[in-house]
Design a protein around this ligand. Structure first.
Ligand code: G3P
Length: 224
């Protein structure tokens, strides 16, 4: 089952898009929380109210060594929410992921910039892998290509890891990762909005409305 996430801590946007889309949860990172000027105690109750108690909430650790990351993960998992612990896919992060998986903690390996790095994170047992599509493009590499190659390797080795690409700046990048066969992704609110707002759609709907009312007045179709 495909999992759609919102990459935001903006409760207004979470509320808006979860009304019209089956949003599985949210992804956050330290920058997103700092930008939204909110800690978890202020954010998570509101998110759970909007998305429901089963919503999956991806929350990143900030410690820089594996044992401290593990301690953070254990504390995060004590919170009364369905939290997946985000861990940067660094050397310390890989060590932490292995320790977390030994304790059956759900983990997302984040800040993935290469196929090789993502492959190692999957090998360490990460449940989710978050390649940063636009940031990879910004380095001069091919974000969609990284996602496609990683998805192929995961399929070939039948790793349980699920790709959850992040960092989108346009809807073509989203289309690219969908074509690569990912089964999850996280959208910034601006990109979710763009995906719902093809410029030709509203004029088409307006034309239907105009034609109907011109001929039938205020009568509704079931009474016509
Ligand atoms: O969750 C990671 C994602 O938020 C990174 O996105 O837009 O900062 O490249 P961006």
């Amino acid at each position: 089952m495909f999992e759609l996430y919102l990459d935001t801590a903006d409760i207004g946007q979470i509320s808006r898009f979860s009304a019209c889309l089956p949003v599985r949860g949210i992804t956050t990172n330290p920058s997103i929380l700092a930008r939204a000027n909110t800690g978890l105690a202020a954010l998570l109750p509101g998110v759970a109210e909007v998305l429901g108690e089963k919503a999956r909430l991806h929350v990143q650790v900030v410690s820089e060594n594996a044992d401290a990351m593990l301690a953070e993960a254990i504390s995060l998992r004590k919170l009364p929410y369905n939290i997946v612990v985000k861990v940067p896919a660094t050397e310390a992060g890989f060590t932490a992921i292995r320790k977390m998986k030994a304790q059956h903690i759900p983990v997302l390996a984040t800040a993935i910039y290469s196929v090789q790095q993502g492959f190692l994170a999957a090998l360490c047992g990460a449940d989710y892998l978050a390649p940063y599509v636009n940031r990879i493009d910004a380095t001069g590499a091919d974000g969609i290509g990284v996602v496609a190659d990683l998805q192929a390797l995961i399929d070939r080795h039948q790793f349980p890891a699920r790709l959850l690409p992040a960092s989108f700046k346009n809807t073509q990048q989203v289309l690219g990762v969908l074509r690569a066969g990912v089964s999850a992704l996280t959208l910034p609110a601006e990109i979710a909005e763009e995906m719902l707002a093809h410029p030709a759609v509203q004029p088409a709907v307006d034309r239907f409305t105009h034609d109907w009312h011109t001929f039938f007045g205020q009568t509704l179709p079931h009474d016509s």
